[in-house]
Design a protein. Structure first.
Length: 180
């Protein structure tokens, strides 16, 4: 008889979590995980946008150096970029000679293009496929521009304004600067 009481007492003293307490803990952890995933996705998009900005700066520097050495900008389309992020073209210079243009600077997932008119006027732009920001550069004015788009949308040649002897107003829908 005394052993029955001892067993009952042990069973009553054993405490645990109720089902409702476990469910509340799971809900709280799910909410926290959701916030963490949103922050992580925001971080990834910011990283992709920063990669595109860096590639645009590198492209701008390379094009300006080519202009200084050869008196012409080099136009290329998004299709001219190889899988390794290289743009390689043979360019006919204003004096009739040819020179190789080889830009090895596009990160994986970044597409870009440069449009040229009269060898001295150029617009360029880039976008990371997984980013949200289009980065543009007006070589004539030296101004960076940006606009936002959707994730997963690839840069098309038509996204960058055609070049004309004009003002910055041709970049309608774009904002000056690199933005946040």
């Amino acid at each position: 008889m005394s052993s029955d009481i001892f067993i009952r007492r042990k069973i009553i003293e054993v405490k645990g979590f109720t089902l409702i307490e476990l469910l509340i803990a799971v809900v709280i952890l799910s909410i926290l995980a959701g916030f963490a995933m949103m922050q992580y996705n925001r971080y990834k998009i910011t990283s992709y946008n920063s990669t595109a900005e860096t590639d645009m700066r590198n492209l701008m520097t390379f094009e300006m150096a080519f202009l200084t050495g050869h008196q012409t900008f080099v136009a290329f389309n998004v299709e001219d970029i190889s899988d390794g992020g290289v743009v390689k073209k043979t360019v006919t210079l204003p004096d009739g000679s040819t020179e190789e243009f080889k830009f090895i600077g596009f990160s994986p997932g970044v597409r870009g293009c440069v449009k040229v008119q009269d060898e001295k006027f150029a617009n360029g732009g880039v976008k990371h496929n997984k980013g949200t920001k289009y980065i543009g550069y007006d070589f004539d004015t030296g101004i960076f521009l940006h606009k936002f788009g959707d994730i997963g949308v690839k840069l098309q040649n038509s996204d960058i304004p055609d070049v004309e002897k004009r003002t910055i107003a041709e970049w309608s829908g774009w904002e000056k600067g690199l933005g946040k």
